[in-house]
Design a protein around this ligand. Structure first.
Ligand code: ZN
Length: 737
């Protein structure tokens, strides 16, 4: 569900103005940006976290690795994954799990395990929508077949449905509620329109907001049922040519999806906070807070148009007008009959887990993952990522067969049921919570790897410089590094946004929401997380047209970006797994925290009500301690003379830092979300410093004051951690001959 995930935060990269790190540190100086010819050739300076000797070995290893992923093979894999619809719990999706497991064994991974989780699942039985007044219209609720693309004729393509919709039947007046946000219903009420008992029709909104929030809002407003349609202004002909002639959605395309309230608690709704291994304790479904109670159906604009054009109520405000050639109105005259039948119950989901055990540090884990389940064929979401993953695992397996073994343990997972509620990854992250909190170095997520050529990278601030550094070592085309093309596409985006060229510090988005499989790792287990993907014009998200044909004609003909992502993702994993000291940057994390506090203040006027000086002072100390530790740790690695015990102490401190942001009590109202710095809003969008931001946004200043102090304590604990680790480094350096 990548669109809601990392791209729920798109645009904020520019808006946030986060300049986290500029030129200066070895390997990422902005002045070198023009040196194209040299850029793809690694510089001679030691890599961050490596000695000169280990740098050389690492560069050689990455070179060998990078030569293996193949565009042609990625295309072959993509055809296999997109051959049939494969939603969670379907026989085809389970078959793909077995295919992946068998392939990973063949590729040479040490341990391959098919893990079963028994989870609450929701499958479609039937759906019908008809306009009963003022005239009669029966909605088709099907996506058209095209001769150009035989896959569109597949009889297994589902009709319209929404995962976790309530079942039921209603006949009621239809109102148009724009994006279905609370302020939209307020406007309706101001116009004398009571949403209670009505069928609310809303559009998928731009900027994107998670459909589960629309459902929750509708439920709170007391509507009888919710219809969400795809307006051509968002992803159709208003944007450009439509499928099969272009990348945008045609009149019959349906954006399927789930409406689970997984921003309350993700994963199996009946096992909040523990794993759904077979036989696990389950809470009654009536007590599960993440299960919606509203009837919901997605429809294409072709089925929305007759309803919209028959309305005769008040005209909408200007910004509510959509892309159809009609006058949009708030409601009036239109009545409809809607019936949705779902089949709910416990079903097995399968996560495929492959491991390559570390030769020297088996108890430090670098974890990667991609989800397998798709609403239909999943051309972009997620099968591009799955094809990318299979080339990544093949390349690592190839090195392993040649006798290489990683220094730290590498783990890769094919997740299940991400689309329904981040379910497979959440259950896995809950099952291995103790180990992840002890051993987790990083989690590198790729959901959709490719819908175009523009790289997007999101991650915790401590890993932002590494994401840039590694992009310089990845060749996009001969003589052009991934870093070069990333800078260029970021600069092009900025020009559109009327901003100047993007400095390195702005390349990585450090504002992390939810909506993909990184969530459990960051928010529940406190593991530093990253999400990667290439994007482009894409209007068929979660529809039957998100498929093999779409990818071959629009998204990535030639599969260059699929294989490029295999290399970038893999080289990141290798850089983390092989390092002498883990290449985190804690100075930058501190700087980001200050920025986050400033943003809360800017939005809410926090500082006028709560003295934030002690918090900012503590953050200043954290940043200074972080900078000192990062420099000393890198210097210790670069010297090549640090002893194993010192390196181990440094790495332990690095892992403890992210973990220290966990507060087992969780954030108020959502105890599953335990990270003090990161959470998501109810829309999936990023929400930094949730414990401070939520009371400040509600103008609850006494609570904000208490929380500011709680965060200050956690900041101080991490300052003490890094100061102590720096002292260890200093005394070790002093005692070296
Ligand atoms: Zn996805």
């Amino acid at each position: 569900m990548t669109r809601s995930a990392w791209k729920g935060t798109a645009g904020t990269l520019a808006a946030a103005g986060l300049l986290l790190f500029a030129a200066g540190r070895q390997g990422i100086s902005a002045q070198d940006a023009g040196a194209k010819a040299a850029a793809a050739v690694p510089a001679a300076a030691p890599l961050h976290g490596y000695s000169p000797a280990s740098s050389k070995a690492e560069r050689d290893l990455e070179k060998k690795f990078a030569a293996i992923p193949s565009s042609d093979r990625a295309r072959d894999w993509h055809r296999i994954f997109t051959a049939e619809p494969h939603p969670a719990a379907s026989p085809r999706n389970n078959e793909l799990a077995r295919i992946i497991a068998a392939e990973w064994k063949k590729q040479g991974w040490d341990e391959v395990t098919l893990r079963e989780y028994d989870v609450w699942h929701s499958a479609p039985k039937s759906a019908a929508l008809e306009m009963t007044a003022p005239s009669h219209y029966v909605a088709g609720l099907r996506e058209d077949a095209y001769d150009a693309d035989p896959d569109t004729k597949n009889p297994s393509i589902p009709s319209a449905y929404m995962g976790f919709s309530a079942s039921g039947e209603v006949t009621a007046p239809v109102i148009y509620a724009h994006s279905g946000n609370p302020e939209d219903y307020e406007l309706l009420k101001k116009n004398g329109i009571d949403p209670r008992g009505k069928i609310a029709m809303v559009r998928y909104s731009n900027p994107y907001s998670y459909r589960g929030f629309k459902a929750l809002t509708a439920q709170r407003m007391g509507v009888a049922a919710l219809i969400i349609y795809s307006d051509p202004a968002e992803d159709g002909y208003v944007k450009g040519k439509v499928f099969p002639d272009g990348p945008w959605g045609p009149e019959s395309h349906i954006q399927h999806g789930a409406i689970t309230y997984d921003f309350m608690v993700p994963g199996d709704p009946q096992t909040p906070g523990w794993a759904s291994v077979p036989g696990a304790r389950r809470i009654p479904i009536e007590e599960a807070v993440s299960v919606p109670k509203v009837i919901c159906l997605p429809i294409p604009w072709r089925d929305a148009k007759p309803l919209l054009e028959n309305m005769n109520g008040p005209e909408v405000p200007k910004d509510w007008q959509g892309g159809l050639p009609i006058k949009y109105r708030l409601g009036g005259a239109v009545e409809a009959h809607l019936k949705v039948e779902m089949e709910d119950g416990v079903k097995p989901y399968y996560v495929v887990d492959a491991r390559m055990i570390g030769a020297e540090l088996p108890d430090e884990w670098v974890v990667m993952g991609n989800h397998r389940d798709a609403w239909v064929f999943g051309g972009v979401d997620p099968s591009s990522g799955t094809a990318t993953m299979m080339e990544l695992t093949r390349a690592l397996g190839e090195l392993h067969k040649q006798g290489w073994r990683p220094k730290r343990t590498l783990i890769i997972n094919s997740w299940d049921g991400e689309e329904y509620g981040l379910t497979g990854s959440t259950e896995w992250g809950e099952q291995f919570a103790d180990e992840l909190r002890a051993k987790g170095v990083a989690y590198l997520n790729v959901d959709s790897s490719t819908s175009g050529p523009n790289l997007h990278a999101t991650g915790v601030p401590s890993l932002a410089p590494l994401l840039v550094e590694v992009s310089r070592a990845v060749e996009d085309s001969p003589g052009v590094s991934l870093y070069d093309s990333w800078k260029k596409s970021a600069a092009d985006r900025k020009k559109v946004d009327d901003e100047e060229e993007s400095p390195d510090g702005k390349l990585v988005n450090v504002e992390i929401g939810s909506g993909s499989d990184h969530t459990v790792f960051l928010n529940f287990d406190g593991v530093s997380s990253v999400g990667l993907g290439f994007s482009g014009p894409y209007g068929v998200y979660h529809s039957a047209y998100d498929n093999f044909y779409w990818m071959n004609h629009f998204g990535d003909p030639g599969y260059h970006y699929h294989a490029l992502m295999s290399r970038y993702w893999g080289q990141l994993a290798l850089r983390l797994s092989q390092a002498d000291v883990l290449p985190f940057d804690f100075g930058i994390y501190g700087a980001a925290l200050r920025e986050f506090v400033k943003q809360v203040d800017k939005r809410t006027g926090l500082a006028a009500h709560v003295d934030v000086a002690p918090l900012l002072a503590a953050i200043g100390q954290l940043e200074a301690a972080g900078r000192a530790f990062t420099e000393q740790a890198a210097a210790a690695a670069a010297s090549g003379r640090a002893d194993a015990a010192t390196l181990a102490a440094v790495n332990r401190a690095s892992l403890a830092y992210e973990r220290n942001w966990l507060d087992q009590a969780g954030i108020p109202g959502r105890p599953w979300f335990k990270h003090l710095i990161y959470a998501c809003r109810y829309t999936y969008a990023h929400l930094e410093l949730p414990r401070l931001a939520e009371p400040a946004e509600a103008a609850d200043w006494p609570a904000a004051k208490v929380q500011a102090d709680r965060i200050r304590q956690a900041v101080a604990a991490n300052t003490a951690l890094l100061t102590q680790a720096s002292a260890t480094l200093k005394s070790a350096a002093g005692s070296r001959p």
